[in-house]
Design a protein around this ligand. Structure first.
Ligand code: UDX
Ligand code: UDX
Length: 486
């Protein structure tokens, strides 16, 4: 697979002056052991390759994308995504062993290992619409790899794909192409946004699926060698291809299922005066259950959970496992219910009408420490509140640009950076994303400038509800009986 040592690095720059040219020959050029290519410079490709470049200075990493804008942003000071710790890491390696380029075809030809990180959204049309994965970008990428490869390569599925997608990839790559061999590996990403850098630097596990053939095992070893630069051996798990592909869907399914489970109990707590935080703590203390992903909220969001579960449902239906499909579908239905329940609680608390009332929305990103709003519960909740004829002032430290895009063409809303200004003169506050800065706000000052009675709907149980109640707020925390002054 390997082409041996690759001379690269400073060669890529055009040295304009004679002085530079002289220096170029005086300076020893760096030899790279491998050429790694990543196709897709998004939330997954960018951070993943930045960490690999930091940890593997002997590998040359190139990231390409069909979007010129994205590549330009990765080459600038304004990175296309916000991710804590990413910029520091990127600046250490960009131009040294990490390069962002639009030259997809040449980069394919030069690569030993190609990570496929293009997006795999839910299909919006035709058969499987709303459930199946839209594989058109994967297929286009595979065809482009085939057209531009003159040497054998390892292809790594990083994007989340349906089980047995590797077989389809292999068919496309090898059809009509006798000379070049491609070995497919599955190496799903387990990075969560907001903690992507830490998740990559200290992964719980790295999963690598391969075929059990000599070529498959050799390819697997190449990826193992890459990760061994920083990941302890015991954290590397190797499986067959299908187990690896399926494990990614199942991991996200299990995580989302825990959230839907606790959210279902939150609703029960609200009417029985049990407190979901206490229940979650009591249940999570059982070491067989564990404490993580048991925080009730307004519903899960993000680009993965809904998509991956629906993908699982579609697969089960395809194999006519209808009971299994409906078990997983229920996780998504419960999530839809949770978002709607949050809206209804606001409506009921505010005397069954929101018409003409102003609401401040605190947080629009699907979780804190990211500007990503894909499938954020805030999108659904805001649209519903607007349907009820509320006027919205939306604030978020990182996500306002995406929020504007998500709610374009809608009226009766504005986007405000300062949460104090967002809350001025409003009847209620809906806290949807638990940004740490919201805990530090002066709620007395906020309360003083609000309409009365003042309501707060803490969708994340982030704020001190007793303190808010003492200030004068009517407090509705998820999974707890309300604290009201009526
Ligand atoms: C990833 C995974 O790939 C997806 O399977 C997983 O479930 C979620 O995370 P992500 O990195 O978040 O996707 O997607 P996105 O930020 O949209 O980035 C994908 C990039 O691929 C985009 O920049 C897009 O321009 C690029 N792309 C897409 C290509 O370069 N070629 C294509 O053919 C299609
Ligand atoms: C997820 C997986 O965690 C990650 O391993 C995978 O690779 C990509 O998908 P991500 O979607 O970035 O990561 O964020 P995650 O931290 O899993 O949160 C997803 C959603 O669940 C968010 O909307 C979050 O607010 C919500 N959540 C999470 C809860 O409502 N309660 C919890 O206890 C935890």
């Amino acid at each position: 697979m390997s082409k041996g040592l690759v001379r690269s690095g400073p060669d890529l720059f055009s040295f304009k002056s004679a002085k530079h040219r002289a220096e170029k020959f005086l300076m020893p050029q760096k030899d790279f052991k491998k050429n790694i290519l990543c196709i897709g410079a998004g939330y997954v490709g960018g951070p993943t390759m930045t960490i690999i470049a930091n940890k593997c200075s002997d590998y040359k990493i190139t990231v390409v994308d069909i979007s010129k804008e994205r590549i330009a942003a990765w080459n600038s000071n304004e990175l296309p995504i916000f991710e804590p710790g990413l910029k520091d890491r990127l600046l250490k390696v960009r131009g040294k062993n990490l390069f962002f380029s639009n030259d997809i075809d040449t980069s394919i030809d030069q690569a030993d290992i190609i990570f496929v990180c293009v997006n795999t959204p839910i299909k919006k049309f035709g058969e499987g619409a709303g459930k199946a994965v839209d594989l058109q970008f994967i297929e286009q990428t595979a065809r482009r790899i085939k057209e531009n490869s003159k040497s054998n390569k390892i292809i790594v599925e990083k994007s989340t794909l349906p089980v047995r997608a590797a077989a389809t990839l292999e068919n496309i790559l090898h059809s009509g192409n006798e000379k070049v061999r491609f070995e497919i590996l599955s190496n799903p990403e387990f990075m969560a946004e907001g903690t992507a850098v830490r998740d990559m630097e200290f992964p719980d596990r790295v999963l690598i699926g391969s075929k059990d053939t000599p070529a498959g095992l050799a390819a697997r070893q190449e990826l193992v060698d890459l990760y061994l630069h920083w990941v302890p051996k015991e954290n590397l798990i190797t499986t067959n291809l299908w187990s690896s592909e399926l494990s990614k869907l199942v991991s996200n399914g299990f995580l989302a299922q825990r959230i839907s489970s606790i959210n279902s109990i939150a609703t029960l707590c609200e009417v029985t005066e049990a407190d979901v935080t206490e229940v979650s703590k009591a249940v999570g203390k059982d070491s067989r259950i564990g404490p993580k992903f048991l925080n009730a909220g307004p519903g899960f969001g993000g680009s993965c959970f809904r998509k991956d579960i629906l993908n699982l449902v579609y697969l089960c239906e395809h194999y006519q496992l209808n009971e299994v499909a409906s078990f997983w579908e229920q996780v998504v239905s419960l999530n839809d219910y949770q978002m709607e329940h949050y809206v209804r609680r606001i409506l009921q608390a505010m005397f069954n009408t929101l018409a003409g009332k102003k609401l401040a929305v605190f947080g629009f990103a699907f979780k804190p420490n990211t500007g990503d709003t894909r499938d954020s519960p805030a999108i659904y909740i805001c649209k519903r509140l607007l349907e009820e004829k509320a006027y919205l002032r939306i604030t978020d430290p990182q996500a306002l640009k995406n929020a504007r895009n998500d709610l374009q063409d809608l009226e009766n809303l504005e986007f405000v950076e300062d949460p104090y200004k967002a809350a001025e003169g409003v009847h209620g506050i809906a806290l949807i994303t638990d940004w740490a800065e919201y805990s530090k706000l002066d709620f007395q000052e906020i309360f003083d400038k609000m309409e009365k009675p003042a309501f707060i709907f803490d969708g994340r149980n982030q704020l001190n509800r007793l303190a808010l109640f003492d200030i004068g707020f009517n407090v509705y925390s998820v999974g707890k009986a309300p604290l009201t002054h009526f």
